[in-house]
Write a protein that binds this ligand. Sequence first.
Ligand code: ADP
Ligand code: ASP
Ligand code: MG
Length: 249
Amino acid sequence: MRIVVKFGGSSLADGERIQNAAKKIAALRAAGHQIVAVVSAQGDTTDDMIAKAAQIHTDPPKREMDAYLAAGEQMSAALMAMALQKMGLPAVSLTGAQAGMMTDGVHSDARVLGLKNDRVAQEMERDNIVVVAGFQGVDGKGDITTLGRGGSDTTAVALAAFLKAAVCKIYTDVDGVYDKDPRKYPDAVKLDWIGYDDMLHMARQGAQVLHDRCVELAQIYQVPVQVLSTFRPGEGTFITAFPEDFSQI
Ligand code: ADP
Ligand code: ASP
Ligand code: MG
């Protein structure tokens, strides 16, 4: 099966966590799956970078901000590829531009348009685990763009859609999607399944667990999404059109 996995910033916060995430990728590969891994910047890297840019410019030019922030995810991708290679697995890291992640030119809030080359497919043909830097793309001018805060989720679902993956597994710091933010509400209830429409509504209301555009893309391309914990066992939450869909994944 072709699977896209995505690890968020807290899942990659230090070397040990990168290795832990690499082990999850290794286990999926050992089970016979073809893996594309999308990574976020480590821990608070993006926030720290934004603070650093603010020391230089009170209203940083968006084009330069995108070029700067995209580096956070690029560093994670290279580190993840190193971790996989250390485990004896063939892996290659790609920036959004190298992966051909085409977007419009709206800096800091770009929309994904498509994949403009087949580099990811070629690397999969070579039996590589392809590690793609999340949150970023390239516009028609060849400039680096970013997809908005939380945008690595969208990179992952976009790749799953364009590469026709069977599922997009979003590994994060909660063990699934809840009916409300479990960090704020201790009585929040975990859902085993949620439909695209309801998930889209929650994401648009600001539920951080998934970037709203990732849910839009998942619905348009009918990508089954699974939200699960990097740190705890469990199947998490499936997001599909109908509840019966996920039993086939
Ligand atoms: P990542 O770094 O993995 O992308 P995020 O911090 O972006 O993780 O998203 C996960 C967080 O989303 C959780 O820690 C949780 O506090 C928050 N969250 C908000 N609403 C929900 C919800 N309905 N279900 C699950 N998590 C939610
Ligand atoms: N690193 C970016 C952010 O913090 C993108 C992401 O993590 O999805 O918003
Ligand atoms: Mg997120």
